[in-house]
Structures are given as structure tokens and as C-alpha cells.
Design a protein around this ligand. Structure first.
Ligand code: SIN
Ligand code: CO
Length: 400
């Protein structure tokens, strides 16, 4: 799913009613806000009664299988720490009385009253809803400025929380390196609101935001889920592959005698594209060629050469080659090469190396390689990599 932060427009604020969770008919919400722009609904849940208490949440966070996190902020040093549950009484006894928050995911699976909150969201496909995450925060507590990949409805429970969001499409996306929380390195809010009990903020994916507790508070986050294409694709491909007949495979009845045996040429790549069918268009020709080179030099290899116990130095290799010592290809090493957009690439057991065409041809064609003229510096560096990867072995004559 593309990040929508690039399209986000200014947030709006509306008032809910007993009948209307969103302050407007769901169709209008979906058309104008869903996956497009934030919406603050004051009084989305009028007279909101929390379905669980902070003590219940703390108790749940001590369960072995509950997904719980504790985030502590040290504002002076601006240091953030993240701990994962299960927690125990001692964890909570050791906490200061401000600047921390406890978050538990999937609380709807543990508590039917929390699950009942989801009934109000039945204008959405139920399978798009991931969970209700509940947080309890002491004054100043929060999880820092961040971006979520999913739509979320942030329903304010007891207490108040100040939410800041940025609708700047050019907001810098970089993360801080000093925390596991994926905190934004820079966050310049363009809007901020303090939410009280029953108020709800909808955020589409990709909107930088931060919620800070104003006194003790609880927040119920109704989070959506949408699979990344990177998750969809492998599963889909597995299913497609399972249904394919064994006999459907790379085929080359039109094969002509190979002029350069190690080369993966344009005809071969056209056959790969044909075998893949419409899936081939997911990669451009050059990237697909590189993928195939890596794949085919790994294909059906029962073993791979192991790096030698002692690494060879460049000077040793160069002296040995100058002295006429040949390099032998390891029997388990598969090699191929192709000419691509950025020059020639040598593929060796699934790895790709830039290489001169002349050396790539020789490496693929000759099992034992001797050099009449010294290799170039780049060639020597590649040969050294292959020697130290165990793919090429210096064939030293044994001393009498
Ligand atoms: C929270 O409930 O404190 C965090 C919710 C979020 O920002 O995603
Ligand atoms: Co968030």
C-alpha cells in the first residue's frame, strides 16, 4: 500500500452524535477522509464509559501471552526506553509517577467489553480491523513522534491526551537511531488538539503524530491492518506454483549452439520471461536478468564451497598468478555471466559480481585458469574474493 502521507490534507474537526460515530454518514467519511486525511470527532462516543480500568490493563500485561510494552521517556535527556512484557508487580512498583506508558495489543481478544467497541465500526470490512490496543499513560507519557503504516481510530478514554499531527507532505521520514521505537528524527506538528473522554481522532497511514498524556489517561486505538505487497506476493506465488504442472518449466526447443557457454543471453532471458508469464512484468528486464543469474547459479546446488581456513592475501595471489600457478574452479561452484545495463556481471553460486567480459568468459569456460598477462587490479580483487570464498583454489605443486 503506498504511503498516503504525500497526499494528506489538513485535518477537520466535527461533532459526533449518539447515532453518528463519525459525525457524518459512513459513506461520506470513507469518501472524504478514509486513507486520505485525519478527522477529529468530538464526542464520537458520548458519555464514554471505559470498558476496562488501568488495573485490568496492568494485570493483562503480566500474562505470558499478552503483547505488552512499556515505554519510558526521560524528557531532560530526551531518552526513550522500550521494554516488552510480560511484566510483574515489581515492574510497576519501580516506575516513576510520570512520563511512562503501558500499551497492550489485541485487548479485544481478551475482553468482550473492549471487543464490543468494534461493533461501532461495522461500516468497515471486519477483516480490515486488526485489534484494539489499549494504553494507560501517566502525565507526560507517550510513545514519541512516529508514523504508523495502518489507519487508526484513536479513541480517548478516561483523562486527556494532547495529539499533535503533521499534514506536511514533505515531512522528513528519517528515524532516530538511538531507540527501537522507530521515532521520527524530526517532527514539526502542523495541528494539535487535546482530546477528552469520548473524543476520537482518525489518522490515515503515514501521518506523523504524537500523543502526550495530560495527566493520567487511557487511549483505545482501533487499528486496521492491510498486508504489504511484500507479504501478499510470496503467499500468492506459493499458491500459484502449487497449481502448476511439473512439466511446465523453462524450455528451449529453439536452442542454437552456444557461442559463449557461460553467457545468459537475451534469448535465454526471453525464455525466462515466457516461463514466468505475466509475473515477469513485476521486474524490468535488467533486474530480472540479474535475479535469474543469481537464481540459476544456486539452482539445485546440493552443496556450496566453504571459505578456506586461511584467507589468501592479494600480494600472495598476485605473485602466484605471475608465477604461473593456475586457479582451479571448485567442483560445487556454478558460474554464469550476462551483459546488463551496467556492464557485465559474473554470477557465482547466487552472488553477483561486476566483472570484465573477458574474465567472466574464461572463468565460466575454463576449469583451470592460468594467466599469461597479469590481471587488472579490479580482476585481481574479484579473483581474491572468489579464492577467499572457496570458489577458486590455487593449484600449488606439492614440494618433492
Ligand atoms: C498510544 O495509545 O499511546 C499510542 C497510539 C499511537 O500513537 O499509535
Ligand atoms: Co501511532
Amino acid at each position: 500500500m503506498p504511503r498516503t502521507s504525500r497526499q494528506v490534507q489538513s485535518p477537520d474537526e466535527v461533532h459526533g452524535s449518539v447515532r453518528q460515530l463519525l459525525g457524518m454518514p459512513p459513506g461520506r467519511f470513507l469518501r472524504e477522509y478514509w486513507q486520505k486525511r485525519p478527522l477529529l470527532v468530538r464526542g464520537a462516543f458520548p458519555d464514554f464509559q471505559p470498558p476496562l480500568q488501568p488495573e485490568d490493563l496492568a494485570g493483562l500485561s503480566c500474562e505470558e501471552t499478552a503483547l505488552s510494552r512499556l515505554v519510558v521517556h526521560e524528557p531532560r535527556a530526551d531518552r526513550w526506553s522500550l521494554r516488552h512484557g510480560p511484566f510483574d508487580d515489581a515492574t510497576f512498583a519501580a516506575l516513576a509517577d510520570r512520563d511512562w506508558t503501558l500499551l497492550v495489543q489485541d485487548v479485544d481478544k481478551w475482553d468482550t467489553d473492549v471487543a464490543a467497541l468494534l461493533d461501532r465500526f461495522d461500516f468497515l470490512p471486519s477483516w480490515r480491523i486488526d485489534d484494539v490496543m489499549v494504553s494507560y499513560a501517566t502525565d507526560g507519557g507517550g510513545v514519541g513522534a512516529h508514523v504508523d503504516q495502518y489507519d487508526v481510530f484513536l479513541l480517548q478514554g478516561p483523562g486527556r491526551r494532547r495529539w499533535s499531527v503533521s499534514d506536511d507532505p514533505a515531512a522528513p521520514p528519517g528515524f532516530r537511531e538511538d531507540s527501537d521505537l522507530r521515532l521520527l528524527r524530526q517532527f514539526k506538528p502542523t495541528h494539535a488538539w487535546t482530546l477528552g473522554p469520548g473524543d476520537m481522532l482518525y489518522l490515515p497511514p503515514g501521518v506523523p503524530h504524537e500523543g502526550v498524556a495530560v495527566g493520567e489517561c487511557m487511549t483505545f486505538s482501533i487499528g486496521m491492518r492491510a498486508p504489504a505487497v511484500g507479504e501478499l506476493l510470496p503467499d500468492f506465488a506459493d499458491e500459484v506454483a502449487e497449481a502448476l504442472p511439473e512439466a511446465r518449466r523453462y524450455a528451449d526447443p529453439d536452442l542454437a549452439p552456444a557461442a559463449r557457454a557461460g553467457e545468459i543471453d537475451a534469448q535465454a532471458l526471453a525464455r525466462v520471461a515466457e516461463a514466468l508469464g505475466p509475473a515477469a512484468s513485476l521486474m524490468d528486464d535488467d533486474a530480472r536478468g540479474d535475479w535469474f543469474g543469481r537464481y540459476i547459479t544456486r539452482y539445485r546446488s546440493a552443496q556450496a564451497p566453504a571459505p578456506p581456513d586461511r584467507a589468501t592475501r592479494a600480494t600472495t595471489l598476485s605473485a602466484a598468478l605471475a608465477g604461473g600457478v593456475p586457479l582451479l574452479r571448485h567442483p560445487w561452484t556454478r558460474m554464469a555471466w550476462r551483459r546488463g545495463r551496467r556492464g557485465t556481471t559474473l554470477f557465482v553460486c547466487g552472488e553477483a559480481h561486476p566483472c570484465s567480459t573477458a574474465l567472466a568468459r574464461r572463468l565460466c569456460a575454463e576449469r583451470g585458469l592460468a594467466f599469461a598477462a597479469p590481471p587488472t587490479e579490479a580482476e585481481l580483487s574479484l579473483l581474491l574474493t572468489l579464492v577467499n570464498g572457496g570458489h577458486l583454489v590455487l593449484q600449488r605443486r606439492s614440494r618433492r
